[in-house]
Design a protein around this ligand. Sequence first.
Ligand code: FES
Ligand code: FE2
Length: 343
Amino acid sequence: MKEKVKELEYTLPYNRYVDLEVFEEEKKKIFFKSWILAGHVSQVEKKGDFFTFDIAGEPLIISRGNDDQLNAFYNICPHRGAKVERSEEGNKKIFMCSYHGWTFHLDGKLNKAPNFRTNDLGDHSCMTPVKLEVYQSLIFINLDSEALPLKDSYKELVGSLDKYTFLESLKKVRVNQRVINANWKAVVDNYLECDHCQIAHPAFSKTFDMKNYNIDLHRNYSCQYSSLTSGNSEEQAQFYWVWPNMMISIYPGSGNMTTSQILPIAPNKSLAIYSYYFPSEHISEEQEELIKFVDQVREEDFELVEMLQEGFHTQAFKQGVYSPSEHALHHFHQRIKEAMDVR
Ligand code: FES
Ligand SMILES: [Fe+2]
């Protein structure tokens, strides 16, 4: 996809990074309508395994049922609205609401409502199901019951990732979480350009060929890629951003992947979940080095993004401008405008 940045084109207005109304609207128009990475099949390997996950304040349970199928449903009791499961993960035969003791099967359907004369409560007896799909062993959720299937929404991306035949068998071996004091879009913006790499990421800039740093744009994703400065120049690192809030990085070397999920908490607060996947749960020295390298780049970014958020709140600053090599940022902002129906 060709999308050039024109002379002095302005970014999204930065009140969209601080405004509560915009934030609430983004939840509805973006986060409750898009496919969102929730987890990995290795978190729910056995029957009864489950984990809980929030998408922009909507609590969910992802579980493996007795029929071996994966289920996803809101973690909200249909009786009076209590949160049913309070732990982050575990293995259960049944879920029980701690308010009046309604119990639910692993697929979210009612087992017993002890204070009612009948269990025949019709539709009003299940925890509300949501769409779930698995691709490359990653579990995606969509809160929109009308949403297109994942592979239809991300046709081109699937075409690109299918070439990594090792992805499906990777295990999730480590997770780091961090609350970032910045709007979720600011975290994505930061990922989408490497103009700041020379200054902010000295180790990264030495490791990768910054003179041949490429960024390709596609309908629902963009991909940055570059070769190592030493060793086999055929091998490239690929950094995917996937609409709206996910990143997938694949580094040269033996099979590996890292994913980032940037989840909105408030206009100026986001939760970042970083997961590392390798072929085996045993992490080698080389893999440990890679984790350290990735973490260091991230640490350098956190500081920058939090500093930006402070700038967004000043009267002095209304909009930024794109450099010609910030075309992936421009592309992301166009996609935001389209989803939010603004110009
Ligand atoms: S709110 Fe869950 S049993 Fe009453
Ligand atoms: Fe960066």
